[in-house]
Design a protein around this ligand. Structure first.
Ligand code: AP5
Ligand code: MG
Length: 216
């Protein structure tokens, strides 16, 4: 089974949803840079103070900050049995840094799982998304309802709408995806690591398809 995985895709493609399913099924360590920044903002750390304006507006946190954060995280022992990088890398600088640092720690990326999704569906998913304040699990007000409205199925935490899930910030996020992140697909294609999946299928089908591929 492949254990060191990068999840890519535009905002709302389902990276976080798939990561939570894979983490539970295969005991992989889920590293979401977005979740790490949101946690730092919640705790009011120096990192959080720096990251807040970037996240709220939908802009990218500078590479040197993000790369340092991931470098530290990937070196921790819980990544030895496998990691799921969700939302990193997002720029060519980050992808090159990841290549170097994963070599240094002897945990090379084995596959890049890219989730394809069309723009109308991204907007539908982002505008209806609710997220657990405690554990970050994503829900949707129409298509992925929690069992009890406003309450996380997994940990009982309250659900909220992310501050960057609005029309204005989403435009900025989509712009950064197209300009900064999409070119990484060519980078990983050349590296022989890219595998594309259609994320328009329901999340259970997608999970089954990705699982079958990882187990090959
Ligand atoms: P981040 O938190 O990574 O946000 P994002 O990339 O915009 O992606 P999302 O979390 O919005 O979407 P997702 O793909 O995880 O979808 P989800 O599973 O929730 O980053 C936020 C910010 O942090 C950035 O803008 C930037 O400022 C900063 N940042 C983070 N990483 C950085 C980096 N490397 N460099 C610089 N800055 C960085 O699903 C969405 C919705 O769809 C949910 O409602 C869900 O229920 C539903 N859904 C999911 N899958 C399916 C499916 N298969 N079928 C139907 N519905 C589905
Ligand atoms: Mg996410």
């Amino acid at each position: 089974m492949l254990h060191n995985i990068v999840l890519m895709g535009p905002p709302g493609a389902g990276k976080g949803t798939l990561a939570k399913q894979l983490k539970t099924a295969y005991n992989l360590t889920h590293i979401s840079t977005g979740d790490m920044f949101r946690e730092a903002i919640k705790e009011g750390t120096e990192l959080g103070k720096l990251a807040k304006s970037y996240l709220d507006s939908g802009n990218l946190v500078p590479d040197e900050v993000t790369i340092g954060l991931v470098k530290e995280r990937l070196a921790k022992p819980d990544c030895e049995s496998g990691f799921l990088l969700d939302g990193f890398p997002r720029t060519l600088g980050q992808a090159k840094a990841l290549k170097e640092l994963s070599k240094e720690i002897n945990r090379p990326v084995e596959v890049v799982v890219n989730l394809d999704c069309d723009n109308d569906e991204l907007v539908r998913r982002i505008s209806g998304r609710r997220v657990c304040k405690n554990c970050g699990a994503p829900y949707h007000i129409e298509s992925m309802k929690p069992k009890v409205e406003g309450v996380c199925d997994l940990c009982g935490g309250p659900l909220y709408q992310r501050k960057d899930d609005n029309e204005e910030a989403l435009k900025v996020r989509l712009h950064h995806y197209v300009v900064d992140t999409k070119p990484l697909l060519d980078f990983y294609e050349e590296e022989g690591l890219l595998k594309n999946f259609n994320s328009l299928q329901g999340s259970q089908h997608l999970f089954d398809e990705v699982s079958a591929f990882l187990k090959k």
